[in-house]
Design a binder for this molecule. Structure first.
Ligand code: ADP
Ligand code: MG
Length: 272
């Protein structure tokens, strides 16, 4: 049995306080083995992104433990956490979070800039990642000039450029048509197969979830059995309505909320 790359124990996350208190995660214990692909599935608001942010060390839990390679992260200083996150993890978000004023290559090499590599080495590795994604010819284009699928491939190149052990993908195909989604999914699972990269994929999409080695179903901040999770498909099936899409955008803090602000925090690190 492969060792756990990530473990959580009794993970609790509370947002706000007093009358505004919201218990987003209510005690989650799980582990993710090296090299496996895990889908975190559940309807909008169930706590998927919150769990991902805690496991990816983008946020700290209110209670409980996150351990990376057997070591509890709470023992580490902020600076060490930033370094570890930058070295060990790659991120792919639904909203892409590419800097529109920069070229594709500049966007892709951002994690290497944070890590302090020389420009020459950054560009060499950035181009290598873009080649792998069949995007080398777009290296000098502005990020805004890309199609949705190309943007997501640029994001995957950025996620790969540090040679991470884990890629976290939050609704990676949420903004893509079904054909482009399939291309992006194949790339992600190819990285798992060929490079042994662990995949943690947050999704509404039952089909994408089914392609992962294992599924973790969330409901109201707790891990539940699949039939209790009320995912998009089971709701749609019971109500006879089509599965909802783009639900995240209707959440009150969408755009300025946790994912967006965390990603802009990542961007800020690059400007130091
Ligand atoms: N920064 C925040 N402040 C207050 N509430 C939040 C914040 N982030 C998430 N929430 C709330 O926590 C719950 C879980 O959110 P999230 O983890 O984003 O769910 P999911 O990704 O499954 O849609 C939601 O009800 C959401 O409104
Ligand atoms: Mg989410």
């Amino acid at each position: 049995m492969e060792p756990a790359v990530l473990e959580t124990e009794n993970l609790v996350k509370v947002y706000g306080r007093g009358a505004n208190r919201f218990d987003a995660l209510k005690g989650l214990t799980l582990d993710i083995k090296r090299g496996e692909s895990v889908a975190v599935i559940g309807k909008s608001g169930s706590g998927k992104s919150t769990l991902m942010h805690l496991m990816a060390l983008l946020d700290r839990p209110s209670q409980g433990v996150v351990a990376l390679n057997g070591r509890p992260v709470s023992e580490l200083k902020n600076k060490e956490i930033h370094k570890l996150r930058n070295e060990s993890f790659g991120f792919v978000f639904q909203q892409f979070f590419l800097n529109p004023n920069q070229t594709v290559l500049e966007n892709v090499v951002l994690p290497l800039k944070i890590a302090g590599l020389s420009k020459r080495e950054r560009n060499r590795r950035g181009l290598e990642a873009l080649e792998l994604l069949e995007m080398a010819d777009k290296a000098k284009n502005k990020a805004t000039d890309l199609s949705g699928g190309q943007k997501q491939r640029a994001c995957i190149a950025r996620a790969l450029v540090t040679n991470p052990s884990v890629i976290f993908a939050d609704e990676p195909t949420g903004n893509l048509d079904s054909k482009t989604s399939e291309v992006v999914e194949n790339i992600l699972f190819g990285l798992q197969r060929d490079r042994g990269i662990t995949l943690v994929i947050v999704t509404h999409d039952d089909d994408l979830a089914a392609k992962c080695d294992r599924q973790i179903y969330l409901k109201d901040g707790l891990i539940v059995a699949p039939e209790q999770s009320n995912t998009a498909r089971s709701e749609a099936a019971s109500s006879g309505e089509p599965a909802p899409s783009g639900q995240e955008a209707t959440e009150p803090w969408a755009g300025g909320g946790s994912t967006a602000s965390r990603a802009s925090e990542l961007g800020k690190e690059g400007n130091r």
